[in-house]
Design a protein around this ligand. Structure first.
Ligand code: PLP
Length: 403
């Protein structure tokens, strides 16, 4: 029986223990080569076939159509905040070579800290103006605090933007778009400009592989760091529609900004994600996680499990709110399945909650340093049993602290 604590951290986060044990074997001897996966050449046939299996596993489990390539790179979500802007600017330049830069616009949907950071990077890089297509910040434009997805009528997309960026799950704020297209908190696909090949970019860093991606085929780029649901940090996964894999040097000749070669999608795609040395160990562990997930039934298995986990935690949160012990931060309908955020009311009460949980072997429950409070991350490696344990603790805490 494992003595490891239950790690509710937001990322890097828990990985299945069986995978970690299996990985130890490959660290010493990768596929019978006698050398470990961190030591083997990324061009060896064993590693190349592992990468192909990982890609295939993502493609089949998420139902990625042939119109889209799956690429592996490094630099995390932050790397993609820059890369996506540069690649999409190059695409826009090739589509509209003579359009003045002042008339190029990048749309950002602000639902929390990560989409705000992505927008800040777009502003920093320039090449087009930034338009806020919807804004969930409740206090001021400088505030980071949000409490839910904006109403559909408050979205205002540009006519022919370079890109439209949104963050599907805000890891810090606990705000997530609904995956039910009929819901008022779903992403408003029906409001996108007419024309079909939308430059729609989604940051799925903290919800990738946790449930189906609504309208996946309508996205230009979906990106995610591996370190939440599927592996260690150091691996970034991209799903890119083929018309967004463009010759950035041809675009630069027409006046677009030069794109660092390690960030340009085309060389990465042309080289089968082996343009330069990838993060071999992270890829290996991610491949074990996805093999395990395939055996369990893939997304069809995880989606209902993740839904139930979130429902149980939000039900306990509500009970605690009614007793005046907890205060949730996110409106119903916008509550993240992956990151549940709330405050514990009273002096030093958050710290008391965290310490009590630690004493019972549940760690990393402190909210992000920028917002404080509590954050319970419920990524794929957190089982229903682990969830039941934290839910029972939440209830006991209420019983002991309500008057
Ligand atoms: N986007 C989201 C939603 C995230 O949660 C994070 C990190 O936690 C990032 C982007 C940034 O990712 P990275 O730290 O891999 O650059």
């Amino acid at each position: 029986m494992s003595k490891r604590p239950i790690n509710f951290g937001a990322g890097p986060s828990a990985l299945p223990e069986s995978v970690l044990n299996e990985a130890l074997g490959g660290i010493l001897d990768f596929k019978g080569t006698g050398i470990g996966v961190a030591e083997v050449s990324h061009r060896s046939k064993e590693f190349v076939s592992l990468l192909a299996d990982l890609e295939n596993n993502i493609r089949t489990q998420l139902d990625v159509p042939p119109t889209h390539k799956i690429l592996f790179t490094q630099g995390g979500g932050t790397g993609q905040f820059s890369a996506v802007v540069l690649n999409m600017l190059a695409r826009h330049r090739l589509l509209h070579p003579t359009l003045p830069d002042e008339q190029r616009v990048m749309d950002y949907v602000i639902t929390g800290s990560w989409s705000k950071k992505a927008m800040d990077e777009a502003n920093r890089l320039g090449g087009a103006s930034v338009h806020i297509a919807a804004d969930a910040r409740t206090k001021s434009k400088d505030s980071k605090s949000t409490d839910g997805i904006p109403a559909h009528e408050d979205f205002d997309f540009s006519a022919d933007p370079v890109l439209i960026h949104y963050c599907e799950n805000e890891t810090v704020d606990g705000v997530q778009f609904s995956n039910d297209e009929q819901s008022p908190t779903s992403f408003p696909f029906h409001l996108l400009p007419a024309g079909g090949l939308w430059p729609l970019v989604a940051d799925y860093s903290s919800s990738f592989m946790s449930r189906k991606i609504p309208r996946l085929a309508d996205h230009a780029v979906i990106f995610a760091g591996a370190q939440k649901n599927i592996g260690p940090s150091g691996l970034t996964i991209l799903i890119v529609r083929q018309d967004c894999i463009v010759d950035v040097d041809a675009a630069a000749k027409l006046g677009a900004a030069s794109v660092p070669i390690s960030m340009a999608y085309k060389p990465i795609a042309d080289a089968g994600s082996l343009y330069n040395t990838p993060s071999t160990l992270a890829i290996y562990i991610a491949s074990l996680v996805l093999e395990r997930s395939k055996k369990l039934g893939g997304i069809e298995y995880y989606e209902p499990v993740n839904r139930r986990k979130a429902q149980k935690v939000y039900a306990a949160l509500k009970e605690g709110e009614e007793k005046g012990v907890y205060c949730g931060k996110v409106r119903e309908g916008s509550q993240s399945w992956m990151n549940v955020v709330f405050d514990v009311l009273g002096d030093n009460a958050d710290a008391k909650f965290v310490a009590g949980a630690e004493a019972l072997g549940m760690v990393a429950l402190k909210g992000h340093r920028s917002v404080g409070g509590i954050r319970i991350s419920l990524y794929n490696a957190i089982s229903e049993e682990d969830t039941d344990k934290v839910v029972s603790y939440m209830k006991d805490f209420v019983a002991q602290n309500s008057s």
